[in-house]
Design a protein around this ligand. Structure first.
Ligand code: ATP
Ligand code: MG
Length: 431
């Protein structure tokens, strides 16, 4: 930890009677994990977003557990456990669709042989186990270092997190520059939490983002993909997008789009991106499924559209122009954000489908409705119509058409399942 941090913070314990966390707000799976660890003689606490969000009256996205048990000891206690991670060794305990992440208390010990730093001070690997207090102080924000102890249901505040929670402030534990150098992704986490919680990033942490944003250039594209997805699927994508641009971090994630946006494009293009993000936020609020493909299709569309028009001017016809443009834009983009192929392919399908929405005659519409990505393509088309990039009447035509011609759901048979023969058919068959 940063020099002086230990003196800077003092533990505050709020007993059960003094705080409003009740076990009813914690998932059964998380409680099971906590109780079993505790019963086996280990210290076990809920930590991170699970505690923070409950205190804020929000439903946590997931529950994280911190314990004195080593990953191997956790593994020995749970049949449904899997050990994962390279940077940090973690245990994942699965109950149906819910996964509880269990991490052993770790210390922040740059001098330890089990901690690997690069030349800029970035932590590459960090598996030094430690005390609960050390574990608290190596976490990112003060509001993320609150622990709910299953032993006596007390709330443990090691870094003045409760005060910052009240003031809606995101404050890094320790010196912001050191903490960003250790892990530049913390800058993106600051944006995500600011957007999601409506918190203000404290001045020192904010200034350091402007100065040290370029450290994100060193982060592997696979990790940036994970983080970008968390940002755009946080339910607050529009706000986060605005913050990313304000804090000048957007250029490290979407360098080509950032340049394009700075070239003062048509208002309708900017509206299209914003409307797509609003659409995603609404779907999440309504608990509807969202796909990474849609986010990338929306964000990269201005570039693809521009490139395709350019190619068409060189006498390449519509569909090949879109295909070439789509491939080119994605191959640029994956240099910073590693979008998995299965999603980039769907994004390309969405783009390639767009001209087909102008064709409302003959058999084409029925074929399009049965395209596996039709629904996403249709949503995409209608967002374009909302911002004036296509006509609203066409979107309405397709809305009605799919009501009249619902897509045919392909029949999936279980392997080995033989369809029952119809009695009448059997009677008719020649003996
Ligand atoms: P949410 O789950 O809602 O996204 P969270 O705060 O639980 O928010 P997680 O990514 O689940 O975030 O991480 C759990 C906890 O682990 C965090 O609250 C924080 O204490 C710690 N943590 C996660 N990532 C980092 C990091 N890069 N640096 C320091 N601590 C981290
Ligand atoms: Mg979490």
């Amino acid at each position: 930890m940063t020099e002086g941090t230990n003196d800077q913070y003092q533990l505050t314990v709020e007993p059960r009677s003094k705080h409003n966390i009740s076990r009813r707000q914690i998932s059964e799976a998380a409680l099971k994990v906590l109780y079993r660890l505790n019963k086996a003689g280990y210290r076990a606490c809920l930590v991170g977003g699970g505690v923070r969000d409950v205190l804020l009256g929000k439903r946590p996205k997931d529950f994280d557990v911190a314990t004195s048990a080593t990953p191997e000891q956790v593994d020995a206690l749970f049949k449904n456990c899997r050990l994962i991670g390279r940077r940090f060794r973690l245990a994942h305990i699965r109950y149906g669709r819910e996964v509880i992440e269990v991490a052993t208390f770790r210390s922040h010990a740059p001098e330890s042989p089990r901690t690997e730093l690069n030349n800029e001070g970035r932590i590459l690997r960090d598996n030094t186990f430690g005390s609960i207090e050390e574990d608290a102080l190596r976490r990112d924000f003060t509001v993320n270092a609150l622990y709910y102890d299953i032993k006596d249901f007390a709330l443990l505040d090691y870094a003045n997190g409760l005060q910052d929670l009240k003031n809606k402030t995101l404050r890094l534990i320790g010196d912001p520059v050191t903490r960003y150098k250790e892990d530049p992704v913390r800058m993106l986490r600051a944006i995500r939490f600011a957007a999601k919680l409506g918190f203000t990033i404290d001045k020192a942490a904010e200034q350091a983002i402007f100065k040290w944003g370029h450290l994100l250039k060193d982060i592997p594209s696979a990790r940036l993909y994970d983080e970008v997805l968390k940002i755009f699927h946080s339910g607050h994508a529009l706000h986060a997008y605005e913050l990313l641009r304000h804090y000048q971090l957007f250029k490290y994630l979407f360098p080509h789009l950032d340049k394009y946006l700075k070239s003062e494009p048509a208002e309708s293009i900017l509206d299209f991106i914003e409307q797509s993000l609003v659409n995603t936020d609404i779907r999440i609020a309504q608990h509807k499924p969202v796909s990474p493909a849609f986010i990338f299709a929306a964000l990269l569309w201005p570039l693809v559209h521009q490139k395709a028009i350019q190619l068409q001017a060189e006498k390449i016809s519509t569909l090949p122009a879109l295909q070439i443009a789509g491939s080119e834009i994605f191959s640029q983009q994956v240099k910073t954000i590693a979008v998995p192929k299965r999603f980039s392919q769907i994004a390309k399908n969405i783009w390639n489908m767009q001209p087909r929405f102008s064709n409302t005659r003959g058999k084409q519409p029925k074929r399009l409705v049965n395209h596996p990505n039709f629904r996403a393509g249709y949503d995409f088309f209608c967002i374009q119509s909302m911002v004036g990039l296509t006509t609203f009447q066409l979107c309405e035509w397709w809305t009605q058409f799919q009501i009249d011609n619902p897509p045919q759901v392909p029949v999936h048979r279980k392997p080995g399942h033989r369809p029952r023969r119809h009695r009448q058919a059997r009677n008719k068959s020649p003996e």
